[in-house]
Write a protein that binds this ligand. Structure first.
Ligand code: PXL
Length: 266
């Protein structure tokens, strides 16, 4: 039987990010993908591709999680964009009711198109209610700053320090993403599990962000953990599929391209 992976995430209809990216990643890595949608994002072509954001009714989110966990045996779940404090309360309650072995959190903090005030509430709720339930977290540069409380992250050493602080504060395995933000020829991620700190490197492919890279990384960690990989093995495979997905990116009318997972071979 194929291992099942669940994503609790938003829909990004153009297929680059969100649940769409998660499901493609799950499939490419040989897991049976399922999704509970938390919100629907539609970029606005009349307004510089701003995010139009519509939350899914909290009861409907709870119903989806109830349905898929009743149908399948699921021990590994990814959490992507939640977007509102009410969604966070619902997802936190659903997670607490079921004891998933692996809860992989992509701590999507700020989404363009949201009110800054609402985003702050959401960020705080995510830290208070979801992070304590996570076992593995994948912050980008900005999220690593916010979660570690550091003033700046300018080097791989800083990123490693942030990963250690986040681990020590929240008792989670951390895969912190340097992406294109840190200078240098490589895109560097830092893995830290409380015992070892390991740099994962691949040559940068251009200097531009590609939509869905973060979603793909966390989804790939989720798929690999669902299949029984160790956290470090999962992180290495995740780095490899993200690199491939950026290499094979899909252009569109947006100023950013979108990842494509379909060319990755293990
Ligand atoms: O890449 C972050 C992200 C996650 N989830 C959804 C999104 C986005 C960015 O557009 O729309 C639903």
């Amino acid at each position: 039987m194929t291992h099942v992976a669940l994503t609790i995430a938003g829909s990004e209809t153009t297929g680059g990010a969100g649940a769409q990216a998660d499901l493609k990643t799950f499939h490419q890595l040989g897991t049976f993908g399922t999704a509970a949608l938390t919100c629907i994002v539609s970029f606005d072509p009349q307004n510089d591709w701003a995010h139009r954001f519509v939350p899914v009714d909290p009861q409907v989110i709870a119903d989806q999680i109830e349905a898929t966990t009743a149908v399948h045996e699921i021990d590994t779940v990814k959490i992507g964009m939640l977007g509102t404090p009410a969604t966070i309360d619902t997802v936190a309650a659903s997670l607490a009711e079921r004891s998933f072995t692996n809860v992989v959190l992509d701590p999507v903090l700020i989404c363009k198109g949201q009110e800054p005030g609402a985003a702050l509430d959401t960020d705080n709720a995510l830290k208070e209610k979801i992070l304590p339930l996570a076992t593995f977290v994948t912050p980008n540069h900005f999220e690593a700053l916010t979660l570690s409380g550091m003033d700046s992250i300018e080097s791989v050493e800083d990123l490693a320090e942030a990963a250690r602080r986040i681990h020590d504060t929240y008792d989670v395995i951390v895969l912190a993403k340097g992406g294109v933000v840190l200078d240098g020829p490589d895109a560097v991620d830092v893995f830290h599990d409380g015992e070892q700190t390991i740099e994962l490197r691949s040559p940068k492919i251009g200097e531009h962000r590609v939509s869905g890279a973060g979603c793909t990384l966390a989804a790939a960690v989720t798929a690999e953990l669902a299949k029984g990989a160790s956290p470090l093995e999962a992180a290495r495979t995740a780095k490899a599929i993200v690199t491939s997905s950026i290499e094979h990116r899909q252009p569109g009318a947006t100023p950013f391209d979108a990842v494509y997972q379909g060319a990755y071979q293990a």
